[in-house]
Design a protein around this ligand. Structure first.
Ligand SMILES: C=C(C[SeH])C(=O)N1CCC[C@H]1C(=O)O
Ligand SMILES: [Zn+2]
Length: 597
């Protein structure tokens, strides 16, 4: 009897897989068309198709739940049924789902269309976050220009979405309940097979000492540059001075804060421009790294259908970089408004990592064509970029002059990496601590902005450049809040990518614990078939196995831990501690004097 039920279940899964492939393909095409060209027609099409697909999924769900799959002995078949039983927002009645989709659409469209006026020319009011605001934060060293731009961007991109965000939270929570979760926070956490966020807090406690050291050092260098009246000795750092509109990575202040100024340049932007890199060449270079590992090249369709530069036809579009799986096993695309900078060279590898994952698991049943957990998907490209940004590899590419491999250059290089990887961690952590608190009703609309800045101050040690109130809604000035993209995936990625990197470097014989000639930070797995095969094997799993199994297959560990990132940055941590002691810099930060609650 049970045998017959399982046989029927297997048959049903094959049919459902085919159905799901077609409906997801329709949905992704509609989403791509809307995000790549925001018109009323494309928005309506996206809403219409989303509602149709949701109804189809609700119908299938009834049939799925009619099977006794909880008793199945075939673990894989049971896992497939379990995944199909998670309806997500399609569980909502159609009218509520329509309200949810429209609320998110409104936020995403507001963000994509948001423009501000130029500080130097107030009649020029067509500046978007990409490329204009991003470039101002990369290059300006005028605190007044940065302050103006920061305030204008948060006014244009954040405040208008307050109402839609509240509607989205309400609808999302309704959907979570229909899926058997208290709030959407628990639904998001279940993607990591966690009941709560305690494990994330443990990781943060391991990293915090390292973060406090780089924070203290950067604050001193910024105080030296801008003066005590702009940057205090013991307070949080004003968020507009850190080279990024969200202060999430601080790589753009490296040029005037580096430990040893006299050493060779570590930022490759100028070298990329000098070598006539184009967006296309960036992507081809990234592809060649993957094929050097015996991983897959990009299909022809990828080059035909991707958008690798911002179109200049004046259309409204979502510029935030993204990688797309069209679930037909052939169509994979990136949309990125690329400019020729070191930062975008990293983002290019990041997005190509998503495509590589899609290619590696494309023969899995559709239900398994996802990351082992969302953090895995964000880590793939970054792991490759860790090798690419090693001095060894940059020299192979002629992007780093043949300077000495001395201790001081090594500290400069680690510092540049730390401004990206260490600095990001509290930001990656806090964004969803904020949203968990909102989903759980602990943060209500009357204290959205206050709680957001309390997290920014307590975890990141940054403060707004001007007083804030509940007329503002600064969280939505960050793409992922306006676009309903879960964010803990990046915090997880910035931890596990160093565990993956360590395992791959050992396989490539590029790293030996304790050997100063084979360090993690100068490891380059380029052309290592050993490393490539091991990475490919893990990626091919998709989400067919629990993520600890996928992690163990590559690293031998079954848990996330910060030992990878701490080992990679150990020499920098030692240097920062000595330097902050030498200068008597206060470690940590006192309460902000800026009014924001
Ligand atoms: C590049 C992407 C697209 Se998945 C991105 O959103 N990232 C990559 C790093 C963190 C996060 C961000 O920009 O906030
Ligand atoms: Zn990503």
């Amino acid at each position: 009897e049970r045998q017959a039920e399982e046989a029927a279940g297997r048959q049903y899964m094959r049919k459902l897989d085919d159905l799901t492939s077609k409906s997801k393909n329709r949905l992704v095409i509609a989403s791509w068309n809307y995000e790549s060209n925001i018109t009323t027609y494309n928005q309506e099409q996206m809403l219409q198709i989303s509602l149709e697909v949701a109804e189809e999924e609700k119908e299938s769900w009834k049939e799925t739940m009619s099977y006794l799959w909880h008793e199945f002995e075939d673990a894989d078949l049971k896992r497939m049924f379990e995944k199909y039983s998670r309806l997500g927002t399609s569980a909502l009645p159609e009218d509520l789902n329509q309200r949810l989709i429209q609320a998110v659409n409104n936020m995403q469209t507001n963000y994509a269309k948001a423009t501000i006026c130029d500080y130097k020319d107030r009649t020029k009011c067509d500046l978007h976050v990409e490329p204009e605001v991003t470039d101002i934060f990369a290059n300006s060293e005028d605190p007044e220009e940065l302050k103006y731009t920061w305030i204008e961007w948060h006014k244009a991109a954040g405040a208008p979405s307050r109402g839609n965000f509240t509607e989205y939270v309400e609808m999302d929570n309704e959907a979570a309940k229909l899926n058997g979760y208290d709030t959407m926070a628990e639904y998001w956490l279940s993607e990591y097979e966690m009941k709560n966020e305690d494990e994330f807090a443990t990781l943060w406690n391991q990293i915090k000492p390292l973060y406090q050291q780089i924070h203290a050092y950067v604050r001193r260098k910024l105080r030296e540059k801008y003066g005590e009246s702009v940057v205090s000795a013991k307070g949080p750092i004003p968020a507009h001075l850190l080279g990024n509109i969200w202060a999430q990575t601080w790589g753009n202040v490296e040029k005037f804060t580096k430990p040893y100024p006299g050493k060779p340049e570590v930022d490759i932007t100028a070298a990329l421009i000098a070598q006539n890199y184009t967006p296309l060449k960036m992507f081809q270079t990234a592809e060649e790294f993957f094929t050097s590992l015996t991983l897959s090249e990009m299909p022809e369709l990828f080059w035909e259908r991707s958008i690798l530069e911002k179109p200049n036809d004046g259309r409204d579009m979502v510029c935030h970089a993204s990688a797309w799986d069209f679930y037909d096993g052939e169509d994979f695309r990136i949309r990125q408004c690329t400019t020729i900078t070191g930062a975008f060279f990293k983002t290019t590898h990041h997005e190509m990592g998503h495509i590589q994952y899609y290619l590696q698991y494309k023969d899995q049943p559709v239900v398994y064509r996802r990351g082992a957990n969302p953090g895995f998907h964000e880590a793939v490209g970054d792991v490759i970029a860790l090798s690419v940004s090693s001095p060894k590899h940059l020299r192979v590419m002629g992007l780093l002059e043949d300077g000495a491999d001395d201790q001081e250059s090594n500290i400069n290089q680690l510092y540049k990496m730390g401004l990206d990887k260490i600095v990001f961690l509290p930001f990656g952590y806090l964004l969803d601590l904020f949203r968990y608190s909102v989903f759980r009703g602990i943060t209500t609309p009357r204290d959205y902005n206050c709680h957001f800045w309390q997290l920014r101050e307590s975890l990141q040690g940054v403060e707004p450049p001007a007083p804030r109130s509940e007329d503002d809604f600064d969280p939505a000035a960050k793409y992922h809040i306006s676009a309903d993209v879960e964010y803990m995936r990046y915090y997880v990625s910035y931890i596990i990518q160093f565990q993956f990197h360590r395992a791959l470097c050992q396989l490539a014989d590029q790293y030996t614990p304790g050997d100063s000639n084979k360090t993690l930070s100068n490891c380059d797995i380029y052309r290592s078939e050993e490393a490539g095969k091991a990475l490919g094997k893990m990626l091919q799993l998709g989400s067919s196995k629990p993520w600890p199994e996928a992690m163990e297959m590559l690293t031998g560990q079954r848990n996330m831990d910060a030992s990878g990132v701490l080992e990679y940055f150990q020499p920098l941590y030692d240097w920062l501690k000595a330097e902050n002691e030498r200068t008597g810099e206060f470690i940590g930060w006192e309460t902000s004097t800026v009014q924001y609650c």
